[in-house]
Every structure is written in structure tokens, then in C-alpha cells.
Design a protein around this ligand. Structure first.
Ligand code: 3PG
Length: 308
């Protein structure tokens, strides 16, 4: 059995060493492709492998077509919008993620981003505190729940909206106030932290209308995906509302323009770093390797995200 670790953005060494240990202990071979710059390298590397571990690496229909022996792809992380599920499913290739394994790292970054913007991107002058402010959690999944908990630790009043969690008890047991609609969340909150996946339904769903509802001085924090933002709408609202701020871990396609136009009110990390902690790397990497071994040895498919 041949397993490929394909990471354009490599894991910490301790994490990739951990993958090697698990894979080789199972009697399989590990091939590593890190920091590749061209998709032709990936196409070549997948040719004879049975399993692939990836991060945000794009597993397109072309990659799947080139991987003649492929049986399983594990996205070491949460979001699997980078995998062509239809192409994988058509070949009965199992796709899994490792939910929760890097959530704490992303949640910590979201809180750090709020403070960074509250303190004017660490430039001189009077800033503000997040204590006492209203925090809106847009989607109450693994990351959202931790951001809510940390926000409460900072003395924020925490609200949440998640269309898939309608049982109020889920929020209330965490001391979080559920709201009835996404519009209500954005209307109420001084900070909205986005934790929705990029799907056909959510892409561009955070648009001008929604953002214009935010209260004076509000900040939008995006550690999810750039695709969920309607960038034209964001630019328009930032131009009309000189009090609003936007910070993101995934640079917008028009980030250069946003930076030029809105200076201190916007910020994007140079490269997505939400899951870039040694702890998150180890958690997600080892989970991915263990899931592959469990799949081949016991047929385990608990975290499979495509079904047929
Ligand atoms: C995820 O979906 O798990 C996060 O966005 C982290 O992605 P990364 O592994 O590409 O950093």
C-alpha cells in the first residue's frame, strides 16, 4: 500500500514524522511531496498511490483521473471544498476529513484577530477592548463553539446563528444566546466571527445587504473561506461605512485593492495560518494517518464525507 502526503503548505516536521511512523508501522510505504509549486508535480506523484493525505491542496477531477489506484483521500483538516467530491464519488474513492483536530488553533487566531483590530493593528493611538462587546458566531460548529467559549472568557456577550442547529439547548448550555436569523446576528453584533464552509449555498452569501446591517464600529472576522464573501459587496460597504473593519485569514481576490482603499480598516494574513500551529498540525496529521490505516485494516469510514 502506498500513501502520499501531498502538502503545498507542509506540516511541522514532528507532524509529518508522526505520519511516517503510523504509515510504516502498518507496513505501508510513505511518499512525501511538500512545497510543490506546479500541479504537474502532484499529477505525477499520485500516479501509483492508494491513499493521499492533503491540506488545502486541490484534488481536482484531473488529479483523481491521474490517480489510477486511489482508494482514499484524507483532508487533514476540516473544510473539504478543495476536493472534487463528484469526481471521487464517481470512482468510489472515499473522501474523509479530520473534524475538530485543528479547531482550537483557528479559534485562537479568530480571537487574536479581534484584539489586533480593536488595537488598530498595533499602531499608536487609542484602541478599544473586546470585553463587554457583542460577539456573533456565524455557524456553531467545532471552531465556532471554541470562539464562543473564549469570547465569554473575555467578557463578551456571545450570540450564535447556525441553520443546522435549531435546538436552543445546544447554545444555552454554553451560555450563548441563539438568534433566529443570520440578519439578526449581523444586526446585533460588534464582532462577527465567520465559521461557515464554502458550499454552493454559502458562496458570496455574506454580501452588501447583510454587512450593512452591522452596528457602528463593527468588525468582521473571517477565518473560514474567502469564497463566502461577496467581495464587491464588501468593498462597497467598506466605502460607504467608514466605521466598519474586515480582517481575514484568507486574502480576498481583491485584497490589494481593499488594502489600498481601506488601509487600517482591513487586514489579511500573508498566507492562511489558522491551522498553522505545531499542535494543530500534529493533531490533524496523526488523525489522517490513523484514519487511513483504520480504513484499510478495518473498513472504518466514520469521517467519510462522500456517500454512494
Ligand atoms: C481547515 O479547513 O481545516 C482549515 O482551513 C485549515 O486549512 P489548512 O490545513 O490548509 O491550513
Amino acid at each position: 500500500m502506498k500513501v502520499l502526503l501531498a502538502t503545498e503548505k507542509p506540516f511541522a516536521k514532528v507532524a509529518s514524522d508522526g505520519i511516517r511512523e503510523i504509515v510504516e508501522k502498518a507496513g505501508y510505504e510513505l511518499v512525501v511531496l511538500e512545497k510543490y509549486t506546479d500541479k504537474s508535480e502532484l499529477l505525477k506523484a499520485v500516479a501509483d498511490v492508494d491513499a493521499i493525505i492533503i491540506r488545502s491542496d486541490k484534488v481536482t477531477a484531473e488529479v483523481i483521473e491521474a490517480a489510477k489506484n486511489l482508494k482514499i483521500v484524507v483532508r487533514a483538516g476540516a473544510g473539504y471544498d478543495n476536493v472534487d467530491l463528484a469526481a471521487a464519488t464517481a470512482r468510489k474513492i472515499v473522501v474523509m476529513n479530520t473534524p475538530g483536530q485543528n479547531s482550537n488553533a483557528v479559534a485562537e487566531l479568530a480571537i487574536g484577530m479581534m484584539i489586533f483590530m480593536a488595537r488598530n493593528k498595533f499602531t499608536p493611538g487609542t484602541g478599544s477592548e473586546i470585553h463587554g462587546k457583542r460577539l456573533g458566531i456565524h455557524a456553531y460548529g467545532n471552531v465556532g463553539k471554541i470562539v464562543a467559549r473564549y469570547g465569554k472568557g473575555f467578557g463578551m456577550e456571545v450570540y450564535a446563528y447556525d441553520p443546522f442547529i435549531t435546538d436552543h439547548a445546544v447554545y444555552e448550555k454554553d451560555g450563548v444566546i441563539p438568534v433566529a436569523s443570520v440578519e439578526e446576528l449581523y444586526s446585533k453584533c460588534d464582532y462577527v466571527s465567520i465559521h461557515i464552509p464554502a458550499t454552493e449555498q454559502t458562496k458570496k452569501s455574506i454580501n452588501f445587504d447583510l454587512l450593512s446591517k452591522m452596528p457602528k464600529g463593527a468588525t468582521i472576522v473571517n477565518t473560514a473561506r474567502k469564497e463566502v464573501i461577496d467581495e464587491e459587496g464588501l468593498a462597497k460597504v467598506l466605502a460607504e461605512r467608514t466605521d466598519l473593519k474586515y480582517i481575514t485569514d484568507i486574502a480576498a481576490d481583491m485584497q490589494v485593492v481593499l488594502n489600498e482603499k481601506f488601509g487600517n480598516r482591513v487586514f489579511a494574513t500573508p498566507k492562511k495560518m489558522g491551522a498553522e500551529t505545531q499542535e494543530a498540525n500534529v493533531n490533524a496529521a496523526l488523525a489522517a494517518a490513523n484514519q487511513i490505516v483504520a480504513f484499510f485494516t478495518k473498513g472504518e469510514n466514520r469521517f467519510q464525507v462522500n456517500k454512494w
